[in-house]
Design a protein around this ligand. Sequence first.
Ligand code: MTE
Ligand code: HPA
Ligand code: MOS
Length: 754
Amino acid sequence: MKNIDSKGHVTGKSIYLDDIPLIQGTRFGVVFDSPVAHGTIESINYSKARAIPGVIKIITHEDIPGQNQIGGIIPDEQLFASKEVHFVGQPIALIIAESDQIAFAARKLIKIEISKNDVIVDPREAQQKDQLIIPPRTFELGDTKNSWENCAHIFEGQADSNGQEHLYIETQGAYAVPLENGHIRISSSTQGPTAVQRITARVLGVGMHKIEVDVVRIGGGFGGKEDQATPWAVMAALGVSILNSPVKVVLSRLDDMRMTGKRHPYSSDYKIGLSKDLKILAYETTFYQNAGASADLSPAVMVRTLFHGTNSYFIPNVKMTAYSCKTNLPPNTAFRGFGGPQGMFVIESALSHAAKELSISTHELQKINLLKDGNEFPYGQIADGVELNSIWRKMESKFDIKTIEKEINDFNANHSDMKKGFSLMPVTFGISFTKTPMNQARALVHIYTDGSVGVTTGAVEMGQGVNTKMLQIAAQIFSITPKRVKLESTNTTRVANTSPSAASSTADLNGKALEKACNALMDRLKICAADHFNVSSHDVAVKDGVVYTNENQTDLTWDQLVMMAFLKRICLTENGHYATPKINFDMDKEKGHPFAYHVYGLALTQVTLDCIRGTYDFDSVKIVHDFGKTMNPSVDFGQIEGGLIQGMGWMTMEDLQYNNEGQLMSNTLSTYKIPDIYSVPKTVTIEPLDTDGNDMAILKSKAVGEPPLMYGIGAYFAIDNAIKSFNPIFNSTFDAPFTHEKVLMGLYGPFDSE
Ligand code: MTE
Ligand code: HPA
Ligand code: MOS
């Protein structure tokens, strides 16, 4: 089935927040934010801004009827700064005006005096000064301390990866309208409608039942709207509660880039020990996560770094410690992979380091250390259904790694100022929210009396195609054409208490809830037909809109059956509830079985370097990916391609820069470059691994949203390998992204100043 949104997207008919027709009297909010990264507000003078015709109200912390508190995991974040400011871009007030142009003009006239405090932008400095969001956490397996003496080779180093701007096409925003009796309806560009509802209720000091949140779809989230869509929606709702008129708050691109948090930069230390026969015996690492000025989702992101710290390898002795470090940057947040990529970058750096010292190819080391069924992850889960070895074999048989390596060596021997390199990047990613209670979902299904169907789930469509998958499930179970099924907007009054659409689990959780609801309705209808034909309900089936008994076609249609059931007063509505079975995690022991299953894959990346300019082109990326049994190949292949390119952007060109004053320097699309058609690989080949799939996955079709991002890590090491064949004294810095500047330095360095 084609993505049900493709036509609407290419014709511009799909509805996003900005396409919602405005109610007369709608007001527009623009956020006034801190120009200083750390300090105490001494005075703010709003009088000139207020004097502009068309400015209606400037809302500050003093106007909040409930709590001035939007923290999700930890209550450490104000909606509007009251006294202290902790990052450049921190909201201080909302200017509400008749148009956003007026509000923007007013913003320029606000005078603020802030006495400055010391600014910390470096996570290691924060850790030294004991500025931590939560106490550190450690995952341990075996005994590293007593393992080092058994190691034939030990290597230590540092590996850093930078942040990443989400750059969803649709910026953050919300539109809130007043209903009767003080109720408010919010249309929000959010991955987490319930988060918006909960925090709005808290700030307004009302019950959650007074706040309705509706999402038709969002123009990309990538994690950036799991938590950080909330403040703008709360501000709009606050405006509604004060003015009793509709209020729309949509961030401009520059405001969005400045005010919102991003992927967490990490700085990490590693120590890896190998046996004589190159098995990894011991691995220790310390992760310094740059959390920004408040917790947001950082504690959860930090643990996923630990969960994926050993990536696709079995290591018997492991000790990994992570610090969530408080700095004066915007609070960093979820971003596709959710800390996993940052952890994987470090172990891949350690392996690359070891391979270089041992004068072997990294992929030899990778291959002999791959995880197998029965191995224990550092968090206690026992690996099963591991596909890494079969994936590796498939890569070798399809693409002949030896020949590729030989061709590259030949090319390099024959070219002095062009060099090629390649890398292999295995990925093992755990599917489930790491916080077990979040793994639940609901779906509401109505069969209308004409046989058509309405479906609401807690899933938010953000481009990942989840609505198409939901529609497929309902149409398949009822055996009717997808045209007769409508996917309703995601709405907190129809499906409540939802987890955000995140953790790649949206289709699994909501799809399983939907499957249960549809099956329950189907069972009811079958009993009704069985009564009618005087057969057992087990002998009733519906195929392509027609009822069958004992595999014989009857003259009863689906539509007639539905009407028959209705006349018998059988309920044609069902609410399905799903909670992932088996999973658990004990935070005291840091052990458990947190993931429903794992997704596996392998990427082979080839690059050509221009050794005069330091520029590079990716010749190809070849991927063998474990889809289980994909329920929608075109949607899933799209996720692989998009995830790969987003990961490659993070590893190569997206150069997020803050100065020491905590100001974002890469604050526009001219200074922050993401991959375009010229920087993507010339070819991307995706080979699905045929497996039986996993019963914990919806229709055995494994989650696919985040895992492919980590294939992009291969880009870093392909470049690193290519530089080595030009410059034999090159010192890998393991400092992503590998920008052209860094490549040039690598080709001709090391320099004294380094
Ligand atoms: N794909 C598109 N087109 N847009 C997005 O915002 N978000 C990613 C991924 N793929 C995203 C996307 C992230 S961060 C996650 S967690 C998953 O989709 C969420 O959707 P899923 O759970 O349905 O896979
Ligand atoms: N993944 C993504 N988002 C989340 C998670 C997770 O494991 N936990 C909380 N939010
Ligand atoms: Mo995705 S980072 O879990 O929204």
